[in-house]
Design a protein around this ligand. Structure first.
Ligand code: ATP
Length: 917
């Protein structure tokens, strides 16, 4: 491979070369790739010298900058001001503790953010694009990162171009180059060289990395990879860094800033009141004001929210739903309609031909799966299709107008390619046809590949003896439009359309997928097949094929689950109406009513909006209909998830609230337009993702419900003490201990919580409902009041009744507050439902671990001498603990009672509570 190496070094030095101005065959020759592509060793050697075909990940700020960024926060500024104040007053221990807490807070934020980002990166890696290349004379699918200059790459509609290519074959190839040129209309591609000075958008013979193939097919040789490509050179195109911010997190951060502003005012007011009205000493009042400010701020909240989201994303990935954009996690929780494709998502995509119909006969095909075993029967009589002239032509058409490969390996029959086409090869084999022998007898000259938009595939063949013809297969409705005749044992007859329509309905009513087969003889010198020629019609219909594709078991269960969760499931399919209806029935989707793409075309916006409210099955649709359906659903106020795989699905996927692309059969274009990708193409994974989405949203609400009452309870305690002229029940450093250590430890457990038992038995959340709903605005002050009563009451009782020292009374007060927090955490396992429902209390490991850790922390806080110095605590006795635990238990019982009352309020049944509340 000396040639190749020479080419390699040459390309390295000549990245800016005008490949577009050179003839394609010369380029291929120079890069050392003949018709066979590179051989495997050469490809490996070039990978070594050129490096992987990847763009450098977008520049991330260095660790120091990222660490410092965590200090840029109003709350931290307040803490630093507090530290400065205490230092001025000579309270060095307080200064040290406050600064330590600031440091710990930023460190936690820094590490957790790093962890969450790494987790998301790992998930994104799961989506690395693939490309089809020729290596060593064989077509194979490789990771796009493995592509090297000189590789020959196949392109087809829906692909993202994996590297810069010089095209040497293009059939109706159109590419959307908007990422490079800003031009949103796809450009027509060819193979010819253009002027060296041509603009990027005018270089017809080139396909550039990162652009999207929207139509047709092509073949090109790689001229540049990775950072050498055009897109690699334009650095701002490297794709924006997905930040960890979601609308919800932004909302809470904004809330935090407002809170901080209010706090500063209230603290200033309290300071003035205490100093001038109550005549507290200046330094004590300053500390009180600092305590107040620090106590009200939920310092750990944003970190907990980010962690809850990141954990949700990881859990979804484990269940085959890969999130591409973080806000989708929140949206998933409020999805009210899921629109799903049928084939492969709701059904198994394991196709078996079950029926063959010609104008004169209808036969049943036996045998399931890919093994070519099984016979053909008409009633009870065995039939040999190869001896029937019409079936013979039909099976030839099925076999030759086909790109699937069917082969035996390790004693097992396998399929490569489209399963619909594969089933036809299996059927032809059952009838005794040998695919390779037939292909040799009638080689293919040209092809128009299948696309959902035109719903047919056509191939041009010649038989070495002067015969030449087009085989056509596709959806029967489409083929009926293109046929003028039907084949019979006595030769072609004029088409009896009505007869065929009845036959189609019969087969489809059993839930079989329909295909029609047709042919046309053509002029023996024709070399190329055009859309115009096929769509000009004049074909002879050979027969119909009925294919079974059973529903997935797990999809049946998942549809039922989604429906119980108040989510409408709609099936959108390209299949026949009757087939769709029959499969819908097996899956439990829709009543008998189904609407076809033609009918949708005839509807205006309001009519369609009314129709989607009623109908769940849409058949004979094209991808364009999906977009209209999404728009109609959204106009009706729905939150809509939509699945898709093809390049033409992209607009609907983009428009949907949650676009869901198929990971296996989906095109890059579809994945790019989606929020979520299904690793297993399975409908059940969508419901799992919705379930996790709901759980994440619940957990976020729980974290807020847990943190805010603690803050409010502490502030109340301090304010009341000042108003009543008492000693401070909590010092600033003690408040920090509660906010930064106990609150965060406990609330962290909520981020790991599994979903509530009934999470999929209640209707979807109203996306417009504010985060702090009516119920939360009640629950937060309610619990705050409970915590205040316990903490403040216990403190006052210790000081006034027992006559304890400030240190002892404070230590008891803090432990009371923490016990209240811990027991309230248990209540929060379920927001509204009684905690014993579904043994929920014992199902949460994270919660019990957090409480265990908390007990150790509080024991250290109370008994470790170093803590005494730092936090001014002192050991407390067993009877103090008894009262503390009693209070905790009381909080637990009272909140459970509150839940019982709330559940009984009109319009707040347990199932609907979580959505409206
Ligand atoms: P989904 O239900 O997921 O929308 P679908 O396969 O039903 O998928 P399309 O892929 O748009 O929808 O197919 C529409 C129709 O086109 C099929 O019902 C079938 O008649 C025909 N068809 C499908 N695959 C091929 C193919 N490879 N060649 C020719 N015709 C095909």
């Amino acid at each position: 491979m000396d040639d190749g190496r020479e080419a390699t070094t040459r390309t390295e030095g000549e990245t800016a070369r005008c490949w577009h101005a050179e003839p394609a065959d010369r380029v291929a020759e120079q890069l050392g790739s003949g018709g066979q592509g590179l051989d495997v060793e050469e490809a490996a050697a070039r990978l070594e010298s050129h490096g992987p075909n990847e763009l450098r990940p977008p520049e991330r700020a260095g660790p120091v900058v990222r660490f410092l960024r965590h200090f840029h926060n109003v709350l931290i500024y307040i803490l630093i001001a507090a530290a400065a104040g205490t230092a001025l007053l000579g309270h060095w221990v307080d200064t040290g503790v406050i600064l330590a807490v600031v440091l710990i807070n930023t460190l936690i934020g820094f590490f957790q953010e790093g962890k969450a980002e790494r987790a998301l990166d790992a998930i994104r890696q799961m989506l690395s694009p693939q490309a089809v290349v020729v290596r060593g004379g064989e077509r194979r699918e490789v990771d796009a990162a493995q592509i090297v200059p000189g590789d020959v790459v196949f392109l087809q509609a829906g692909d993202k171009v994996p590297a810069d290519l010089r095209l040497f074959n293009a059939k109706n190839l159109r590419i959307d180059e908007a990422v490079l040129t800003g031009e949103s209309v796809p450009v027509e591609k060819g193979t010819e060289a253009v002027d060296a000075a041509a603009d990027l958008g005018d270089r017809r013979g080139m396909a550039y990395s990162g652009t999207l193939v929207t139509f047709g097919r092509g073949l090109g040789v790689v001229v540049a990879t990775g950072t050498e490509t055009e897109v690699g050179r334009i650095s701002q195109m490297l794709g924006e860094v997905d930040s960890l911010q979601t609308p919800l997190i932004r909302q809470t951060e904004q809330f935090g800033r407002w809170l901080a502003a209010i706090i500063v005012v209230v603290a200033a007011f309290t300071f003035a009141f205490g100093y001038w009205v109550r005549s507290y000493p200046l330094d004590e009042m300053f500390l009180a004001a600092v305590s107040l400010a620090v106590s009200t701020i939920p310092e750990g909240l944003p970190a907990i929210l980010t962690i809850a989201l990141a954990i949700g994303v990881q859990k979804m990935a484990r269940r085959n739903a890969i999130i591409r954009r973080l806000p989708a996690v929140e949206t998933l929780g409020s999805v009210s309609t899921i629109c799903s494709d049928k084939t492969g998502t709701l059904t198994r995509n394991e196709m078996t031909v079950a029926t063959l119909v010609s104008r004169q006969r209808r036969v049943r095909v036996d045998g399931v799966g890919y093994a070519p075993h099984g016979g053909f029967c008409e009633g009870h009589e065995e039939v040999f299709p190869d001896r029937d002239p019409v079936f013979h032509q039909a099976l030839l058409c099925a076999l030759l107008c086909n790109d699937a490969e069917h082969f035996e390996r390790d004693g097992e029959w396998r399929l490569q390619g489209d399963p619909t086409e594969g089933s036809l090869v299996v059927a032809a084999r059952k009838a005794g046809y040998d695919p390779s022998a037939e292909t040799e007898r009638r080689p293919r000259l040209d092809v128009i590949p299948f696309e959902s938009d035109h719903k047919y595939m056509a191939t041009l063949h010649s038989d070495h003896h002067g015969w030449q013809g087009i085989f056509l297969k596709g959806s029967p409705e489409r083929l009926l439009e293109l046929c003028t005749h039907e084949q019979t044992a006595d030769g072609p007859q004029p088409l009896d359309r009505g007869w065929w329509e009845t036959a189609m309905d019969d087969v489809a009513a059993r839930g079989e997928r329909l295909l029609a087969l047709a042919m046309q003889e053509v002029d023996p010198h024709q070399q190329e097949l055009t859309y115009e020629q096929v769509e000009g019609g004049g074909f002879t219909l050979l027969g119909l094929v009925g294919i079974i594709d059973p529903p997935r078991e797990e999809a049946i269960a998942a549809v039922a689950r989604a429906q119980r969760a108040g989510i409408r499931v709609k099936m959108i399919t390209g299949d026949h109406l009757a087939t769709a209806r029959a499969i819908g029935q097996q899956l439990g989707i829709g009543q008998a009513e189904a609407v076809s793409g033609h009918e949708i075309d005839a509807m205006d916006g309001p009519t369609l909006q009314e129709t989607v409210r009623r109908v769940d099955i849409f058949a004979r649709t094209t991808p364009e209909h999906k977009l209209r359906l999404v728009q109609a659903l959204q106009a009706d106020g729905g939150i809509c998830a939509m699945t898709g795989d093809g390049v033409n699905d992209a607009p609907a996927l983009k428009r949907a609230d949650v676009g869901v692309a198929m990971g296996n059969k989906g095109t890059e274009a579809a994945k790019e337009a989606s929020e979520m990708v299904l690793a297993d193409d399975n409908f059940a994974s969508i419901t799992h993702a919705v379930e996790e989405g709901r759980a994440v949203y619940d957990n976020i609400r729980k974290a807020i419900l847990h943190m805010l009452p603690t803050n409010a309870g502490q502030s109340l305690t301090i304010m009341m003490a000042i108003l009543m002229g008492l000693a401070l029940p909590l010092t600033p450093v003690q408040v920090l201990w509660v906010n930064m250590v106990t609150s965060v430890t406990l609330a962290m457990a909520l981020a790991f919580e599994p979903g509530e038992p009934g999470v999929m038995e209640r209707p979807p959340r109203d996306p417009n409902a504010p985060l702090l709903s009516g119920f939360m605005l009640w629950r937060i002050p309610f619990v705050a009041l409970l915590l205040w009563l316990g903490t403040f009451g216990h403190f006052v009782w210790m000081e006034e009744v027992v006559g304890a020292s400030d240190e002892l009374a404070r230590t008891v007060a803090i432990n009371t507050l923490v016990a209240g927090q811990a027991f309230y955490l248990l209540n929060l396992r379920l927001i509204y439902d009684p905690i014993w429902r579904g043994w929920a209390l014992f199902r949460s490991r994270a919660m019990w671990i957090a409480i265990g850790v908390l007990i150790l922390l509080q024991l250290a806080f109370t008994y470790a001498p170093v803590m005494h110095t730092l936090f001014g605590t002192t050991p407390i006795g067993p009877e103090d603990w008894a009262r503390i635990l009693l209070f905790g238990l009381a909080v637990f019982v009272i909140v459970e009672l509150e839940k019982a009352v709330v559940r009984r309020l009109p319009g707040r049944q347990p199932a609907s509570a979580a959505t409206t509340g």
